[in-house]
Design a binder for this molecule. Structure first.
Ligand code: NAD
Length: 456
């Protein structure tokens, strides 16, 4: 399998893809070793994962360079991603003892009632390329902390990074047989679904997630899906610092070239401030530099997958055919590398793909609304349910709107944000289940209730 640098179109590595046989062998090694890992004390597993965090820190420059080379992400954003992953591992390791240790719920002269959190066993993690460190650590760190063995399939667009992660975990002290990397694309992912894994944890698109959910349903094991979004924000007329809000929300839409699950994908602006917001938003988008992602001053790098350029072109053509106005961008940039102009569309409607389907690229549609009721109705009009944000002076205006949205995260005066202390979870086509927070630590366990009678 060739790994191509999307910024230069050069082949940067050729990897050997797993076969059905090698995958089965990895599974059987994981199965044999898992019980031993579960018997390692939780405190010891925590200290091993803390070493992994140290190594991410030690090797950050090398890892960021690899990430940029295979995804086209600006080097600075690659570094930010690894720093973010370090913070997540820090939170997960700091809280593992609190949330994974046995809990005594009730104790009297007759009964002792305890919950213990047993590992699921061997879990499969099929992962995405857009933030391989962040979406990776959300799954394999708590899974390992909880005593599971992990068959980890990085995306074929971030496979070098996946192999680096495997090496770092081994060097940190995770036994080789406990964390195994499966190399390959969708075919290898499909083969993983045939293995008798004890849980499936997937990060990726809705169509793939739906396929996986259907395929593994009859196994009766946990299947968690972290999928795409079409995340809306609403900017009310009473916000302070409109320019700063326009700049922050432009960043929410365009960071990582818009290739974030929780990117801002739809913007609704109150008519009283619409023109002013648009001017500041556009000024920010035009101020950012596009080009070689290894340069420090570049904000827009390359689009990771060449095929996705067609999706972006289709969304722009569809919007223009239905009456949208293009304020900037709209085209693939000719020449070496997969680059797309940052694109802002107005006069958009919900009949257009750009307001309905995940763009997952540097494209945004902005709509004028007359009041909160119209904004709410438009925000609700989606099959997805990952995040939503309201910018307003007071919580009492924003929170009632957010309460009526079927989303996993609600943002007041912020957007495109993940916290390790809070559950990361999608609803509807954005997925099922949660990672991060205490829920995310326990997602990799089976609770057992102990009813103990007697005093000895
Ligand atoms: P994708 O669905 O194309 O691929 C994801 C993974 O699934 C890859 O490893 C791929 O090889 C594998 N795969 C593909 N077909 C498969 C099949 N039939 N059976 C089993 N495995 C298969 O998604 P992607 O392009 O890697 O990622 C982008 C998507 O991920 C976007 O929709 C984005 O919003 C979403 N995402 C969601 C979150 C979240 O936390 N909710 C985070 C990051 C990305």
């Amino acid at each position: 399998m060739n790994i191509i640098n999307p910024a230069t179109e050069e082949i940067i590595a050729t990897l050997t893809v797993d076969s059905v046989e090698s995958l089965k062998k990895k599974y059987s090694e994981l199965k044999d070793a898992q019980k031993q890992w579960a018997n390692v004390s939780l405190a010891e597993r925590v200290s091993i994962l803390m070493r992994f965090k140290e190594q991410l820190f030690q090797e950050q420059s090398l890892l960021a360079a690899t990430l940029t080379a295979e995804t086209g992400k600006p080097l600075q954003q690659a570094n930010n991603e690894i720093s973010g992953a370090i913070k997540r591992v820090e939170w997960l390791t700091a809280n593992a003892l609190l949330y994974l240790s046995d809990e005594v719920l009730r104790k009297n002269e007759v009964f002792t009632e305890i919950i213990s959190y047993e590992p699921l066993g061997v879990i499969g993690n099929i992962s995405a390329w857009n933030y391989p460190y962040l979406v990776g650590v959300n799954v394999f760190v708590p899974a390992l902390l909880a005593g599971n063995a992990v068959l980890y399939k990085p995306s074929e667009f971030a496979a070098n990074t996946g192999l680096q992660i495997g090496r770092l975990l081994r060097e940190a002290g995770v036994p080789e047989a406990i964390f195994q990397v499966a190399v390959g694309g969708g075919d290898i992912g499909k083969e993983m679904l045939k293995l008798p894994l004890d849980g499936y944890f997937f990060t990726g698109s809705y169509p793939t997630g739906k396929y996986i959910y259907e395929q593994v349903a009859t196994k009766m094991v946990p299947c968690q899906l972290e999928l795409g979004g079409k995340d809306p924000i609403y900017i009310t007329e009473d916000i302070n610092e409109l320019k700063a809000v326009a700049e922050a929300t432009a960043d929410g839409a365009f960071y990582n070239n818009g290739q974030s699950c929780c990117s801002v994908e739809r913007i609704y602006v109150h008519e009283k401030i619409y023109e002013e917001y648009l001017t500041a938003f556009l000024a920010q988008v035009k101020a950012w530099k596009l080009g070689d992602p290894t340069r420090d001053d570049v904000y827009f790098g390359a689009i990771t997958r060449e095929a996705h350029l067609r999706v972006l072109e289709t969304q722009v053509a569809d919007a223009l055919a239905k009456g949208a106005t293009l304020l900037t961008g709209g085209k693939v940039i000719k020449g070496r590398g997969y680059y797309f102009e940052p694109t802002v569309l107005v006069n958009v409607t919900h009949d257009m793909l750009v307001m309905r389907e995940e763009s997952f690229g540097p494209i945004i549609g902005i709509m004028k609304v007359k009041d909160d009721a119209e904004a709410l109705a438009l925000m609700q009009d989606t099959a997805y349910g990952l995040t939503a944000g309201v910018y307003a002076d007071k919580q009492e205006r924003a929170l009632p709107i957010l309460r009526q949205l079927n989303v996993g995260s609600g943002y007041w005066n912020c957007c495109d944000r993940v916290s390790p202390a809070l559950p990361w979870s999608g609803r509807q086509h954005s997925g099922i289940g949660a990672t991060l927070s205490h829920q995310g630590l326990r997602a990799f366990t089976k609770p057992k209730g102990w009813h103990l009678v007697g005093s000895k």
